[in-house]
Design a protein around this ligand. Structure first.
Ligand SMILES: [Zn+2]
Ligand SMILES: [Zn+2]
Length: 389
């Protein structure tokens, strides 16, 4: 018998509005979108922020085409959770089938999500007409308190404390339980209880961590968001195993998210900060959480003098080989073989040495651990880092 495995991918983790500021690239600038592939092949998408476009560009038919339908759960209608819809290319492909789930908004009435679709693509807001969206779309209304099953997975919806309402979802798969609670603020006893219900015993509890505890008590009170400290409290009370800090503030730089994560880790053992490209595997032996970072977005430059041998082909087609000095090098990351096992999403100081023009050159860099492949080599781990400054 094979072990059931579920795969949870983070395509967008930023709250409120996308960011393209280079200081936010490491955690990512796309707004909320997650994808859960359950052990039975069921594909569930959580929210349609700008991360949805990225998912669409790497689209593969769910379950190798065996399960034609994709299930999309939309928590609420704020921009950052619906913005990716018009840019989700699989919606323009005839044979694709989507089942959407969301609630009836008192501001929109019946078929709220369908209305949101139409309004987003109405003139003059979008150049393409709705009729171009040729995929099959079905809409189902869900209310806080509802439970339903998709394949062999049980989904529970609960209201969360957020302006104009927001649903939290708990998905129970044979490989483990994922609780998705974005956009919520503590302080309403009943809804705080719903949040704990969603998180009860969850393997992965994804919670809003947009603000610092200090902001939440003062300037950002009533804005509908939460903090790492609240997440830790709920995770502890509800017996959640791993907490994922989510919906990072657009004004939070990577350094700020690093410090939020550090503070949370002082209080709770298993915490990660959601980052774009992060993949969490549930049900795998050892329950390993893996993170992977897209590697092509930025580079750090360091002046150096490395001796190098360069081989190539000249303009006139002749092979050449030449010894020279590399004076400027751009660095994104490295794969380092280590006997120690560093923590995922922690910092490493990496000092590299190379003989240069005037003796040994050293280059000091700060690495942020994005991947660990334990046991690739006996007694050693391959540790992937991206360099940060
Ligand atoms: Zn939001
Ligand atoms: Zn919101």
């Amino acid at each position: 018998m094979t072990v059931p495995i579920a795969k949870l991918s983070f395509w967008g983790v930023r709250g409120s509005t996308p960011t393209v500021d280079p200081a936010t690239w490491r955690y990512g600038g796309n707004t909320p979108c997650l994808e859960l592939i359950a052990p039975d092949g069921t594909q569930i998408i959580l929210d349609c922020g700008t991360g949805l476009r990225m998912l669409g560009s790497r689209w593969a038919a769910p379950n190798g085409g065996k399960t034609p339908e994709t299930h999309i759960l939309v928590t609420h209608y704020h921009w950052d959770h619906i913005q990716g819809i018009p840019f989700f290319s699989p919606l323009y492909v005839e044979n694709n089938e989507f089942q959407f789930y969301s609630f009836r908004s008192k501001f929109l009435g019946r078929d709220s999500l369908k209305q949101v679709f139409e309004a987003q693509m109405a003139l003059p807001y979008f150049p393409v007409d709705m009729s171009a969206m040729s995929a099959k779309r079905k809409f189902k209304e869900v209310d806080g308190g509802d439970s339903f099953t998709v394949g062999e997975n049980k989904i529970m919806a609960r209201w969360l404390n957020h302006p104009q309402g927001c649903l939290g979802f708990r998905i129970e798969t044979p490989a483990g339980i994922v609780a998705y609670a974005t956009d919520n603020e503590p302080g309403d006893a009943k809804l705080d209880g719903s949040l704990r219900e969603l998180a009860a015993g969850a393997d992965i509890f994804i919670n809003d961590a947009q603000f610092t505890p200090e902001q939440l008590e003062t300037t950002r009170k009533g804005w509908g968001h939460s903090s790492w400290l609240e997440g830790v409290k709920v995770a502890r009370q509800a017996g959640a195993k791993t907490l994922v800090l989510f919906h990072h503030d657009p004004d939070s730089t990577d350094r700020m998210v690093d410090s939020i994560l550090r503070r949370a880790r002082e209080e709770f053992d298993s915490v990660f900060a959601a980052s774009e490209g992060m993949v969490v595997t549930l049900g795998a032996p050892g329950d390993r959480v893996q993170a992977h970072m897209p590697g092509t977005r930025t580079a750090l430059r360091r002046e150096a003098q490395f001796h190098a041998k360069v081989c190539g082909v000249t303009e006139s087609g002749k092979d050449f080989e030449e010894e020279t000095v590399v004076r400027d090098i751009s660095l994104q990351g490295a794969l380092i073989s280590l006997k120690h096992l560093p923590r995922l999403q922690s910092e490493l100081q990496v000092t590299m040495e190379a003989p240069g023009g005037d003796g040994i050159q050293t280059m000091r860099l700060r690495g942020y651990v994005v991947r660990i492949d334990a046991g690739a080599e006996k007694g050693r781990s391959a540790v992937g880092v991206v360099f940060t400054d």
